[in-house]
Design a protein around this ligand. Structure first.
Ligand code: DAH
Length: 330
């Protein structure tokens, strides 16, 4: 029995050397020390020994088991160490490689143009105002002297929530809201989103406008011209401008302002905004005495200004959000 045990130990010493994975070790442990393992078998048969032999053999058996266990533990650490080194080798991080760069963001060209325009007007003392995009018919049309029969009120042009509430078609209603709450003199601009039921290469159902309003004593068309020419000069540099008579229900007289641009095919007048002296009917509606106060208003499309500033010729580029387009404005 003693020989058997020692032989078992000898064989184990050789076999453990050959093990090469954690799985091998686990399997081997079961094979020798498990419930049906070789050593366990030998130990089970100890009950047949005489009372004198049993403690002697038992001691040897324990020693054999301990030394095999120790051997396996050592092999286990050895393999673990190799696996760890292997893993480190494979996962080597080259700290000399450049890191991942975070891309720097930028404003959308519409936002950038809007801020640019706000700055010009706030430098001239204009307040920056805003108003709701879901607007009452009263503010969007009625208070602005727009007749019941005006085509812009049509379902084909305006998005209606119900007979009272629409998506505003212009930023002009903010004029009314502003005048209801402030006493003249004042000057304000209001940038924001507007909506019209329109979609093609030059029209988007949502676009941006900037409205302007200046009310005070003795405000004249000369003041309107001075402010708007200053705006054009700051935005496009020294350019010829002209005011063409036009009609808007909320201003009288009204005009459209054109700027002369030089192209390869010669010079071209481009309309950039509508403007005029606030109609006395609009002032009366908000409780401002038109005999005491006068003023002017103007409204322009921000997309238009952005296109002219940056030489963009398709309106849709602003809304497609192609990163190759947007990244040029950082
Ligand atoms: N609200 C006009 C539009 O959407 C633009 C406009 C024209 C605004 C003349 C004004 C103005 O304040 O005086 O076409």
């Amino acid at each position: 029995m003693k020989e058997k045990l020692l032989q078992l130990k000898e064989i184990a010493m050789e076999e453990v050397k050959e093990l090469s994975s954690i799985k091998d070790i686990e399997d081997y442990k079961v094979k020798i020390l498990g419930k049906k393992g070789t050593l366990t078998d030998v130990m089970k048969s100890m009950k047949d020994l005489s009372n004198e032999d049993r403690p002697v053999i038992g001691k040897i058996a324990n020693e054999v088991r301990d030394s095999i266990t120790l051997l396996l533990d050592e092999k286990y650490s050895e393999i673990k160490e190799i696996e760890k080194k292997d893993k480190i080798g494979k996962e080597f991080i080259d700290i000399t490689l450049p890191g991942k760069k975070n891309k720097k963001g930028g404003f959308h060209p519409i936002t950038e143009t809007m801020y640019f325009m706000e700055k010009i007007f706030s430098d001239m003392g204009f307040d920056i105002a805003d108003g709701p995009e879901a607007e009452l018919i009263y503010y969007n049309f009625d208070a602005l002297n727009i007749p019941q029969s005006h085509p812009s009120r049509n379902m084909q042009d305006t998005f209606y929530f119900n007979s009272n509430l629409i998506l505003r078609t212009q930023t002009s209603p903010v004029q009314i809201r502003y005048m209801e709450n402030k006493k003249p003199p004042f000057r304000m601009v209001c940038p924001g989103k507007v909506y019209r039921s329109d979609y093609d290469a030059t029209h988007s159902p949502m676009f941006h406008q900037m409205e302007g309003l200046m009310i005070g004593k003795n405000i004249s068309f000369a003041n309107l011209k001075a402010i708007l020419m200053e705006f054009v000069q700051k935005t496009f540099g020294d350019k010829k401008v002209r005011f063409r008579p036009h009609f808007f229900p909320f201003t009288e007289p009204s005009a459209e302002m054109d700027v002369e641009f030089v192209t390869d095919k010669g010079t071209k007048w481009l309309e950039i905004m509508g403007c005029g002296m606030v109609d006395p009917a609009v002032l009366k509606e908000v409780g401002i005495d038109p005999d005491e106060y006068t003023g002017f208003a103007f409204g322009m499309g921000i997309e238009r200004i952005a296109m002219l500033r940056h030489g963009i010729d398709d309106l849709r580029a602003f809304f497609e959000n192609d990163m190759r387009f947007l990244e040029q404005f950082k």
